[in-house]
Design a protein around this ligand. Structure first.
Ligand SMILES: [Mn+2]
Length: 268
């Protein structure tokens, strides 16, 4: 039984189909998706329908674009010029799809492996990350999802967690870390602006997974979100966003042996 982890699909359904077709999937094998199933690419609706139909063999986490879709659908956020979410919002099965999406976790853990869209903040252990993820997920599944989403999106988030930080501020910071983080200062505090590769960072900034005192050590983090970073496989990191939606590759990695499959974007 193998787990195939796939990076940010962002509506590139034809590319996803081709990649899945190339995988030597056998009965009992499973799929992990690193989030951002939707937006920017042309066929987000097909991606959502496909993912929902996979049932128990698929585990996927929420990315920033998935949260944006949920926010737009309940009227708490506006569509941006580059968004390609209208076919979902107009679909006859939109409510089932959005409800399925809202029930995806922010963080999925199996043993020493964690699936999360952007990464884990240095200041929490894996167990602490899981606990705050569960708090947020409960709120996303409640009838007042829109209100909770609006509160989570309140910016600016404080960049660094302290034990005095509880409740909504702690949850907003956790969502920023789990779904948007790339660069951190050496103390682990978030710097959300830089989007480029680590080599372009200002002095004093490091990738989130290289903060020296990271409490989640001992875990392999499977993630996406950072196209400019590209595919990175390290003992504690499996970073999967290889820029499919930007005309590059959609990547799958078999977690058991690190074997890689890639499919160049074929969506128009
Ligand atoms: Mn993302």
């Amino acid at each position: 039984m193998a787990i195939y982890a796939i990076g940010d699909i962002q509506g590139c359904y034809a590319t996803l189909e081709a990649l899945i077709h190339a995988l030597p999937l056998q009965g009992g094998d499973r799929l992990w998706l690193a989030g951002d199933l939707v937006n920017r690419g042309p066929r987000s609706l097909d991606v959502l329908r496909w993912a929902k139909a996979q049932g128990e063999r698929l585990s996927c986490v929420l990315g920033n674009h998935d949260l944006h879709l949920l926010g737009v659908a309940c009227g708490e956020r506006s569509l941006g010029k580059k968004d390609t979410l209208l076919p979902i919002l107009a679909a006859p099965d939109r409510d089932e799809l959005l409800d399925w999406l809202a029930h995806r976790p922010l963080l999925h853990r199996e043993g020493t492996r964690v699936l999360v869209h952007a990464g884990l903040p240095a200041w929490w252990s894996v167990e602490e990350c899981e606990a705050v993820a569960r708090e947020i997920e409960d709120r996303l599944r409640s009838p007042r999802r829109g209100r909770h989403l609006a509160r989570l999106e309140m910016l600016p988030v404080p960049p660094l967690w302290t034990p005095a930080m509880k409740g909504r501020a702690r949850r907003a910071l956790a969502v920023a870390a789990f779904t948007r983080m790339r660069a951190c200062r050496l103390d682990g505090s978030l710097e959300l602006a830089p989007k480029g590769p680590p080599a372009s960072f200002a002095p004093g900034l490091v990738p989130w997974f290289h903060v020296p005192e990271r409490r989640w050590r001992g875990t392999t983090v499977v993630c996406g979100h950072w196209a400019a970073l590209g595919l990175v496989l390290e003992p504690e990191l499996c970073a999967l966003d290889s820029g499919c939606v930007w005309g590059q590759q959609l990547t799958a990695v078999r977690l058991e042996d690190g074997r890689v499959w890639q499919q160049r974007r074929i969506d128009p």
